[in-house]
Design a protein around this ligand. Structure first.
Ligand code: NAP
Ligand code: F7E
Length: 337
């Protein structure tokens, strides 16, 4: 039985990956931070919390990382933990650099010292492309991060490549474009939209307040993306791969697809900070722009080229944007009931 360790097992991707690895027969271990109210986690929602082995863990604590690696003797190490919200990274730039950047070398250097044969996955991100230098973006596109989060992830990405090249470690980096699900954190724009629309569909009267409606993202379904992570670690040679759908969508269009899934018929008016959406059927205001959600520097357009992952890993996204919006909107609508 193979043994895997997942940092960030309580997060969106960590929970889906834990389920995937359990289904494949792995013994799954994961790192968790102490929280004051540990009920109803994503692992509970997926029904796997009793099947995984949880260990007290924090990426800022070097000796804690050392002990986990020494004691668990894992075959595969998935580093998914991060301060993952781009918006918070301007408020927490030093913490974000430590957790999303420096922690990667803490793990890699410990693995190099005591378990160099362990296969390692680093959660890199399309945010590294930032002000994009090429369309679509691939593994060879020049990086130009636009947030402290993106900058920290660039360090994690390059140090992973460096440990692979310097020490021959099986260390791979997945450059994942945005991936969402009903388990997505509530502050990310897709989930914020589907939660807000579900409340409106149940009779609420608070419009969803959003920032930049023109930003474009390449959104896929998280469950597909954790399969891609696992496939990377099954290759003979470690490498870097883009996982993406190859389709890009504005925030406005995602909003429209989610609203349509809940039976709304939107009328858009105004521009920039005066933009609004109203449901023609009820006359209700369902969206208005609030400048407080604008970012100090924006990533305007992301669209990935997943052809390397398709060719070498046989990986392909299976859920399109309309179905993703519908899945999330319906899940939040049902949960609200
Ligand atoms: P998420 O839902 O925010 O989960 C983040 C996880 O990291 C949580 O389990 C969190 O623990 C843990 N964590 C945060 N700080 C930690 C620390 N100091 N020590 C230990 N654990 C810590 O993120 P996600 O969407 O699953 O993303 C997984 C990874 O992929 C992240 O590295 C993210 O940056 C990266 N990524 C995500 C996307 C995407 O679209 N989802 C795309 C590209 C890359 P708590 O539960 O205690 O908060
Ligand atoms: O923003 C715009 C916002 O916070 C998407 C993380 O998983 O994917 C994620 O980062 C876009 C941005 O995700 C609101 O300005 C408008 O252009 O959902 P988001 P993100 O920043 O793309 C990457 C790949 C990661 O690696 C990250 O970990 O939506 N937007 N109005 C808004 N965004 C939010 N959150 N809230 C709004 O009200």
């Amino acid at each position: 039985m193979k043994k895997a360790f997942i940092t960030g097992i309580t997060g969106q991707d960590g929970a889906y990956l834990a389920k995937l690895l359990l289904d494949k027969g792995y013994e799954v271990h994961g790192g968790v931070r102490r929280i004051s109210q540990p009920e109803n986690t994503r692992l509970d929602i997926l029904g796997v919390s009793n099947d995984v082995h949880l260990h007290e863990f924090d990426l800022t604590e070097h000796n804690n990382i050392f002990r986990v690696i020494r004691d668990i003797e894992m075959d595969e190490f998935y580093n998914l933990a991060a301060q993952s919200f781009v918006g918070s990274s301007w408020e927490l730039p030093v913490y974000t650099a430590d957790v999303d950047g420096m922690a990667v070398v803490r793990i890699l250097d410990t693995l190099r010292t005591i378990r160099p044969e362990t296969r390692f996955y680093q959660a890199s991100t399309s945010e590294m492309f930032g002000l994009v230098q090429e369309v679509p973006q691939s593994e060879t596109t020049r990086l130009y991060p636009r947030s402290p989060y993106g900058v920290a992830k660039v360090y994690g990405h390059y140090i992973t490549m460096n440990y692979r090249e310097s020490f021959g470690m099986h260390a791979s980096s997945g450059i994942l474009f945005n991936h969402e699900s009903p388990l997505r954190g509530k502050e990310f724009v897709t989930r914020k939209i589907t939660l807000g629309l579900a409340a409106l569909a149940h009779g609420g009267d608070q419009p969803v307040e959003l920032g930049n409606m023109d930003a474009k993202r390449d959104w896929g379904f998280a469950q597909d993306y954790v399969e891609g992570m696992w496939r990377m670690l099954q290759q003979d040679e470690a490498d870097d791969y883009v996982l993406a759908t190859g389709v890009t969508t504005t925030i406005r269009d995602f909003f429209t697809y989610a609203a349509e899934a809940l039976g709304m018929d939107l009328e858009w008016s105004g521009e920039n900070e005066n933009e609004t959406a109203t449901d023609r059927k009820t006359g209700k205001l369902v969206m208005k722009v609030n400048k407080k959600f604008y970012r100090p520097a924006e990533v305007d357009l992301l669209i990935g080229d997943p052809s390397k992952a398709q060719e070498k890993l046989g990986w392909k996204a299976s859920v399109d944007i309309q179905n993703l919006a519908q899945m999330m909107a319906k899940s939040d609508f049902d949960a609200h009931r």
